[in-house]
Design a protein around this ligand. Structure first.
Ligand SMILES: [Zn+2]
Length: 210
């Protein structure tokens, strides 16, 4: 599996180019500000075509470039149904940013249990709310990779003090992620990749306290 991270935008949000080199099929996961040119250059260099733009959740730092990336690639935008109204009517960011957050209408809705095919890979959509109500993760069991947006980081989870966030949903989501095997690599929306095994200790203590 081709995986390349592109930290971009004012708070270093990770976009990912994920592809199957054999078929040339690829998807983009999240679209932080000013990432479009880098994503397209990397796809071209790797012989990949971006066929879908998946937004893990509606937060501005993950979606600023989604319209530009769609315009440049022709790829549809996909998100969870609970993200759709929040994407369509974006709230002003908590921090001042120099650009306006675009209103986005997803072309395709991804629900828990849906699948996203990328060449020989089949990603399962997991609804992983908590940090945001419509947050989704893409899990590929054969390649043992999970792209979770701000669901799970190395040593932490996405902040729960934002509108629409929920501690209870976060704990339920973490309980679900604990069912994944230790060797699954987690690619988060900020910072470096980790594994389920590396996070299992504190995750287990977190859910056991509840
Ligand atoms: Zn977020």
């Amino acid at each position: 599996m081709f995986i390349q991270a592109f930290p971009a935008g004012p708070i270093e949000t990770n976009a990912f180019l994920v592809g199957d080199e054999a078929s040339g099929q690829a998807i983009a996961i999240d679209a932080p500000g000013d990432v479009t040119a880098d994503l397209i250059d990397a796809a071209r260099a790797a012989g990949l075509t971006i066929g879908l733009i998946v937004l893990t959740h509606h937060h501005w730092d993950h979606v600023l470039d989604a319209p530009a990336l769609k315009a440049a690639t022709g790829a549809p935008i996909a998100a969870h149904p609970e993200s759709a109204p929040l994407l369509a009517s974006p709230a002003p960011p908590a921090m001042p940013i120099p650009v306006q957050v675009p209103a986005i209408t997803p072309d395709r809705l991804l629900r828990d249990g849906d699948t996203v095919s990328v060449g020989r890979y089949t990603f399962r959509v997991l609804h992983t709310p908590g940090h945001a109500p419509g947050q989704i993760s893409l899990y590929e069991p054969d390649a043992a990779v999970l792209f979770g947006g701000d669901t799970l980081f190395a040593d932490g989870f996405g902040r729960v003090d934002l509108p629409g966030a929920s501690v209870e949903q976060t704990v339920a989501t973490m309980r679900r992620l604990l069912q994944l095997p230790d060797h699954v690599t987690v690619y988060p929306g900020h910072g470096q990749a980790t594994t389920i095994g590396a996070e299992r200790g504190w995750l287990t203590r977190l859910v056991d306290r509840r």
